[in-house]
Ligand binder design. Structure first.
Ligand code: NAD
Ligand code: ADE
Length: 419
């Protein structure tokens, strides 16, 4: 078998330019790469990564390779691959890559299996597909794995559940839960790139429209902020009272999806849950409503229900499918309900992925350096890694901050001084 399966190797030149462009605004990862080149902390380690195959991911792969790892990459979503980037990684960087934008489910899983052929010692996931394939179909591979990392909220939730049930066969570092990851990537990254995906797909004006967001977690907060910035009237739906309260006090209208359905122009789910927009909601939507998802899996919208309600379906523009219902109403679905920011746009900008992927690189190094086996559970990113990344990012941004004086240090560790 070839060491790669990409759409077209002739795209490699364009991909190389795109990767160089991304790397320009990834200073933290660049610093790590320079150190990795000298120290080779991953020498002799095999690493399988199942991530969105983008220019930012390519920069991470180059960093891991510079650290001495033998790297194999496959896609973590059938629609998020940048084919030119995949070609460049294979041709210019000689990195094993199995990913084609638009691949069907069978090819998607064939690519996951291909990336596991190397019997990895470290796995790197965005949504836990490598871990779940190892556990369900190739359990013997787990004996060789030192540990894995997980990039996203949905993956961490699944892996934590596996640990609770006592079935997790190797330790995982929850990269998503590092402050330098979800404070920025989930919030500002998803906020901007989701708007970008919706705008690129539709070219519609947002000002004056009603924009409904399901889920006011880290991604939802970022998206609400950006939709409001475009002049949309934002409605938030939630199931968590605390988050609903937060959305309300941040100035957004909060209501049930059933109430939002008849008034929304745009709908976007970012919950990590399933059937958040269901048949009963599609039944109430205005004709022309635009519906999409930016949560990890394509189950947040009940697409089978929409299919069953539709009389006809056609592709109106790339990433826009128009469903005409039996009463004549038209519902527009973006990017087949898959992550709209990665399918219809290019995912998060590189300057934010810089921190997410710095966490990935340093956690891979952390795993490679373990002399004893870590407990088979989900571990947080070590605090010093998080702090180091924040400090490096600030430095790269030319921002200096104050340090505690000796007097302040003493004050903060005492209790006697008062009014
Ligand atoms: P989070 O846990 O911070 O937020 C999710 C929110 O959804 C929670 O507040 C929860 O109460 C709410 N929710 C759950 N079920 C709901 C329902 N039925 N109706 C309304 N609200 C509901 O998670 P997050 O970090 O914001 O991530 C959300 C999803 O986005 C996950 O699937 C995550 O993996 C994914 N994600 C996507 C990208 C991207 O590039 N598009 C980036 C990061 C994370
Ligand atoms: N997740 C969200 N945006 C991404 C990007 N640009 N590259 C890789 N993974 C991502």
């Amino acid at each position: 078998m070839s060491y790669y399966d990409v759409k077209d190797t002739k795209l490699a030149e364009a991909g190389k330019n795109r990767i160089e462009w991304a790397a320009q605004t990834m200073p933290v990862l660049r610093k790590i790469k320079e150190r990795f080149e000298k120290e080779k902390p991953l020498a002799g380690k095999t690493l399988a990564a199942c991530l969105h195959v983008t220019s930012e991911t390519a920069t991470l792969m180059q960093t891991l390779k510079a650290g001495g790892a033998q790297v194999c990459l496959c896609a973590s979503n059938p629609l998020s691959t940048q084919d030119d980037v995949a070609a460049s990684l294979a041709i210019h960087d000689k990195i094993s890559v199995f990913a084609i934008k638009g691949e069907d489910d069978k090819t998607y899983y064939r690519h996951i299996h291909a990336s596991l052929e190397t019997s990895p010692q470290i796995t790197m996931d965005d949504g836990a597909d490598l871990v779940s394939t190892i556990h369900s179909q190739k359990p013997n591979l787990a004996d060789n794995v030192i540990g894995g990392t997980e990039e996203t909220t949905t993956g961490v939730i699944r892996l934590a559940q596996m640990a609770r049930e006592g079935v997790l066969k190797y330790p995982i570092i929850a990269v998503n839960d590092a402050d330098t990851k979800h404070f920025f990537d989930n919030r500002y990254g998803t906020g901007q790139s989701t708007m970008d995906g919706i705008i690129r797909a539709t070219n519609r004006l947002l000002a004056g429209t009603v924009f409904v967001i399901a889920g006011y977690g880290w991604c939802g907060k970022g998206l609400a902020m950006r939709a409001q910035g475009e002049g949309a009237n934002v409605i938030v739906t939630e199931i968590d009272p605390l988050r609903a309260l937060e959305a309300s006090m941040d100035g957004f209208r909060v209501m049930k999806m059933e109430e939002a359905a008849p008034v929304g122009d745009f709908f976007c789910t970012v919950t990590g849950n399933k059937n958040v927009i269901a048949k009963k909601h599609f039944e109430k939507m205005k004709s022309g409503a635009i519906v999409c998802n930016s949560g990890h899996f394509n189950v947040e919208l009940d697409i089978p229900a929409l299919e069953s309600m539709a009389k006809t379906k056609r592709t109106l523009r790339p990433f826009v499918e128009e469903y005409v219902l039996s009463d004549g109403r038209r519902i527009n679905l973006l990017a087949q309900g898959r992550l709209v920011n990665l399918a219809a746009a290019e995912g998060h900008p590189s300057s934010v992925m810089d921190m997410s992927f710095a966490n990935q690189a340093l956690c891979a190094e952390f795993l490679a350096k373990q002399t004893k086996r870590l407990e088979k559970k989900v571990h947080p990113v070590p605090r010093d890694i998080d702090q180091q990344i924040a400090a490096l990012k600030l430095e790269a941004m030319g921002i200096r901050i104050d340090t505690l004086t000796a007097e302040q240090q003493k004050y903060l560790t005492s209790w006697q001084e008062g009014t």
